[in-house]
Design a protein. Structure first.
Lengths: 345, 447
């Protein structure tokens, strides 16, 4: 059963001129016990999507249309009070700058206990303290350190403490926004391993937002690729990595060095995501796409199924023959509209 | 590249220590009492050569000393001791005019382009400032050329911009342009792309590659990202707690890592391919305290391959458990901490206490003799006989890794230009069998 179901979601930001359509018609689900990865460049709407789900959009952001169903209930239609009761209890988050998310003037224990007491009225202090100890064990921290202040923790330990806090109310869904970006490899490895183990234990679902495709490859069951507020492609992690059918995914995959494949060329797709106030008429990736034709600039792409993948592209049938074999050559990407602008030819 | 006979940079026994506490009061205190000054051994005996046109990577966890090493090379920190030679000339103690002259040849690219550019200076001012300081003529043309090289075209369009008007990728390109505007001989790049978005990284990396190729520059990359270093470097040095533990060509280090720490570091790198599993090495904890550095090998507390005495038959897990218990005892054994975890009921507590110690320290599949010694020590600890427990443990469980610092010995036998600071790779099997077991007195400061 789906824990989360997002349907035709539109999230806009109010500006002086046209509103910015940061998330524009997204639909997807997260199943029970599933890890869904959300990848894309900065500014493609990943964090906006997470904020919309958590109900913490900035003042000028609003949900224009669509539904966010949690356990069948539409979060966008319920009262603020009711909605708040879901947050942290059912849906929790591991924020992007977890390093700075802890309050420096309270001990780590006080902060976790506070969140438990806030949501579980009447819980005994001793029970809450016990929970903190258990959580610390779970994330690999020494429970005797719970009475320390955040500054006494290293970056990796603070990140673990944040994970402990996000688990404190046994949520059904955890949103992790770049959970390991600020950490070094060893710490990243420890945290990823921990996240995997915790999930096996408590069977919660997780939405992992990251720009690092390696992290997704190692932690997620399915991947959603976002581009300029739209879903570009979604499907099982193996298929996304092995045979993606959206040109953007093909290019994105090429942007990462792989320690096991030293000779692979790194590709940086020329250009930037488009301005979203208002967005371009046709496919949003058209200006940077080597396969783009006139249709792409005029019409929104249809959703095409290939195996387990749902891809929004006019030319999925040309990927195998015209793009995949040549994706490692930068010239291919420079022959696009954005590429011509950059190289000045 | 390493065949070139004359290195551009020779680093020998480089140390950079920082005082833990500084200030007048503390100075007086240490002067008038015999209290030893506490020091952070951020860089502690680093040796390497850098050749012209070479790209060398320095990798390691946070806190291993890689950034301090880089800043000391650029003379942004004055080394505590050791020598740095640039083109054969000792630059360790340069100051005044000569330091300025040296700095013309060395430039740094920092991690965060949002912080490394002055927000009140235009791009032109930022790039012209070094030219001004070093009194280089033809500023405008040089600035334009540097910008064009950094693929910021047309240059005129950028000259009057302020950093906040530029994207992260453009800012890092400005930082690169600033680094090459003086036409330096070598560049130090500290995590040059870790703050950049994916889509921009590959572009900045290829610019850096082009920079080294076209100008024949030498470059030192500081990063914890080994997949990046594999892509960019000819040689890689792995640092741990202020030391280089292994150095060799990129292929040697990545494809055939020898030092257990290098192996752990490489196994921790996630792979962007869900179908290739990787072997995970269990490496818990963090680099640790560089104030009280451990005796012998600094990695031994986390090392999965600590070497037991030759005559002792023991599996690695049991040995590590025994050594951890010993470390606990050597540190004075905080019995309270373990008693606290018992329910504290009279009578049963002692048994419970022992069980807690067993759970934590009796690991693997100990042979009967090994188990007996551990049990005996645990009994002694339950009775409060910490010293005797320590003696009993030290008699049986000791290691060359805690006695001899592997970095102080020449270890060039594995391959010509490869060094590994680890007792597993003794030149001739080693002399560890004849080493006397260490005693409590002779064991130096332990963390």
């Amino acid at each position: 059963m789906s824990v989360l179901e997002v349907r035709d979601l539109e999230v806009y930001y109010e500006t002086d001129g046209e509103p910015v359509r940061a998330v524009d018609g997204m639909s997807f689900t997260i199943e029970e016990g599933e890890n869904l990865g959300i990848v894309g460049e900065s500014g493609c709407g990943k964090s906006t999507l997470a904020k919309a789900i958590l109900g913490i959009l900035p003042k000028n952001g609003f949900i224009n249309d669509g539904e966010i169903r949690f356990d069948g209930e539409d979060l966008t239609a319920m009262s603020e009070k009711k909605r708040r009761s879901y947050m942290w209890d059912e849906i929790s988050m591991i924020p992007q700058s977890a390093m700075n998310a802890l309050d420096p003037v309270y001990t780590v224990r006080e902060q976790i206990v506070e969140s438990i007491e806030e949501h579980r009225r009447g819980v005994e202090k001793a029970r809450a303290n016990e929970t903190v100890d258990e959580l610390f064990e779970l994330v690999g921290l020494d429970p005797t350190r719970a009475d320390d202040y955040p500054h006494q923790f290293s970056g990796g330990m603070r990140q673990r403490a944040m994970i402990a806090m996000s688990l404190s109310l046994d949520p059904a869904l955890i949103l992790a926004d770049e959970p390991t970006t600020a950490l070094d490899v060893i710490m990243q490895d420890q945290i990823l391993k921990r996240i995997g183990a915790i999930q096996d234990e408590i069977n919660s679902s997780m939405m992992v937002i990251t720009h690092d495709v390696s992290v997704v490859a190692e932690t997620c069951d399915r991947v959603l690729v976002m581009y300029a507020g739209k879903l570009a492609e979604i499907g099982p992690v193996e298929e996304i990595f092995d045979t993606p059918y959206h040109p953007y995914t093909v290019g994105l995959k090429r942007a990462f060095p792989n320690i096991q494949q030293p000779d692979q060329n790194l590709i940086s797709m020329p250009g930037y995501p488009p301005d979203l106030a208002p967005p371009p008429t046709g496919c949003r990736f058209a200006a940077r796409c080597p396969l783009a034709t006139e249709t792409c600039f005029e019409e929104q792409p249809p959703e095409v199924r290939n195996g387990g993948l749902r891809s929004r592209c006019h030319h999925t049938d040309r990927i195998d023959s015209e793009l995949r074999p040549y994706a490692g050559e930068i010239q291919v990407w420079e022959r696009t509209e954005a590429g011509r602008e950059v190289t000045g030819t | 590249m390493s065949t070139d006979p004359d290195p551009i940079l020779e680093v020998e026994g480089l140390n950079k220590h920082f005082d833990v506490k500084s200030g007048l009061v503390n100075d007086l205190r240490t002067r008038f009492t015999s209290a030893e000054k506490e020091r952070v051994h951020a860089v502690d005996g680093v040796d390497f050569d850098l050749y012209p046109g070479e790209a060398m990577g320095i990798a390691g966890e946070s806190g291993c000393g890689k950034t301090t090493t880089a800043m000391t090379l650029a003379k942004l920190h004055q080394p505590t001791s050791g020598t740095i030679r640039f083109r054969g000339e000792d630059i360790t103690d340069l100051d005044g005019k000569e330091l300025t002259k040296f700095r013309q040849n060395v430039q740094m690219i920092f991690q965060d382009p949002f912080e490394s550019l002055n927000p009140r200076m235009t791009v032109y001012d930022t790039l012209a400032e070094p030219l001004q300081i070093h009194e280089v003529p033809n500023k405008r043309a040089r600035v334009a050329r540097a910008l064009e090289f950094a693929e910021l075209q047309p240059a005129e369009q950028y000259l009057d911009s302020y950093p906040h008007e530029l994207s992260g990728g453009e800012r890092q390109r400005i930082a690169i342009a600033r680094a090459i505007v003086l036409d330096p001989d070598f560049i130090i790049a500290d995590e040059p792309v870790s703050m950049l978005d994916v889509s921009l990284r590959a572009g900045v990396l290829s610019l850096l590659e082009r920079m080294t190729n076209e100008f024949g520059l030498s470059i030192v990359y500081i990063s914890h990202d080994l997949s990046l270093l594999r892509h960019m470097c000819d040689r890689i040095a792995i640092m741990y707690m202020g030391r280089i533990v292994e150095i060799g060509t990129t292929e040697q280090i990545i494809d055939d890592p020898k030092h257990p720490y290098t192996q752990a570091l490489i196994n921790a790198v996630p792979v962007p391919d869900p179908t290739t599993g990787r072997e995970r090495v269990e490496l818990e904890g963090e680099v640790g305290d560089a104030v009280h550095v451990p005796s012998g090998c600094r990695f031994r507390h986390r090392c999965p391959e600590v070497i037991p005495p030759e005559e002792l038959e023991i599996d690695q897990r049991t040995f590590r458990g025994a050594m951890s218990l010993r470390a606990e005892v050597d540190r004075g054994f905080d019995a309270e901490a373990f008693w606290e975890r018992t329910s504290g009921e009279d009578g049963s507590a002692s048994e419970e206490f022992k069980e807690i110690l067993r759970d934590e320290f009796v690991l693997g599949e100990p042979s009967r003799q090994n188990r007996d010694v551990l049990e005996e020590a645990i009994d002694l600890l339950a009775e409060g006989e910490v010293d005797r427990a320590g003696e009993r443990l030290r008699e049986r469980f000791h290691s060359v890794c805690e006695r001899v610092d592997p970095a102080t010995e020449e270890r060039l036998d594995v391959a010509d230009d490869r060094r590994i600071a680890c007792h597993l790779y003794e030149p001739s099997g080693g002399d560890r069998a004849v080493d006397e077991p260490s005693t409590g007195e002779s064991a130096p400061a332990d963390d």
